[in-house]
Ligand binder design. Structure first.
Ligand SMILES: [Mg+2]
Ligand SMILES: [Zn+2]
Length: 177
């Protein structure tokens, strides 16, 4: 059985920027993320990034630019260690009413299927309610980080995440204990 981590991109791995990360120049890693990814890999975890990129649907950047951005991020991770990163992207806007945009669990379920994961042993880490909702629907354990939009999210008793941490780095350090 593979071990993997499902993780949101903006606000968790990267600083969120007001109007989407539209170019490599706008990439800002949240401090310590690259080394934390390397620690995950050294423990045998595959990293599956599940991200809503409505900026593509809004024509603010295209899929080729997004691939360049993800290639750049992956190169930065590789500078700290080898491993597998898979990108699961919803390029649609809310108005498109697609089936893949979080809080839909579709892209998480795709990762679960592709890597033969046991969802009950798999974490979904995000900074928004929609990440937690998607994780719960996919049967995963859920963790909210306080970076990005994390501080602003309000959860009721029934939809709250299993874990709250300060950052992705904290999550990796908590989970790997
Ligand atoms: Mg986010
Ligand atoms: Zn979609």
């Amino acid at each position: 059985m593979n071990k993997a981590l499902l993780v949101d991109r903006d606000g968790v791995l990267l600083e969120s920027v007001p109007d989407y990360v539209k170019s490599i120049e706008e990439i800002r890693f949240i401090p310590g993320v690259e080394a934390a990814v390397a620690r995950l890999w050294s423990k045998g975890y595959i990293l599956c990034v599940v991200t809503n990129q409505a900026g593509i649907g809004k024509k603010l950047y295209n899929i080729e630019t997004l691939q360049e951005i993800h290639f750049y991020i992956q190169e930065k991770f590789y500078e700290h260690g080898r491993g597998i990163v898979r990108w699961y992207v919803c390029p649609h806007t809310v108005e498109d009413k697609c089936s893949c945009r979080k809080p839909s669990p579709a892209l998480l379920q795709q990762a679960i299927q592709e890597f033969t994961l046991d969802p009950s042993h798999t974490w979904m880490v995000g900074d928004k309610k929609s990440d937690i909702e998607a994780g719960k629907k996919a049967g995963c354990k859920t963790c909210i980080v306080k970076t990005g939009e994390g501080q602003k999210q309000i959860f009721s008793e029934t939809n709250k995440p299993d874990l709250v941490v300060n950052s992705f780095v904290d999550f990796v350090d908590t989970m790997l204990v």
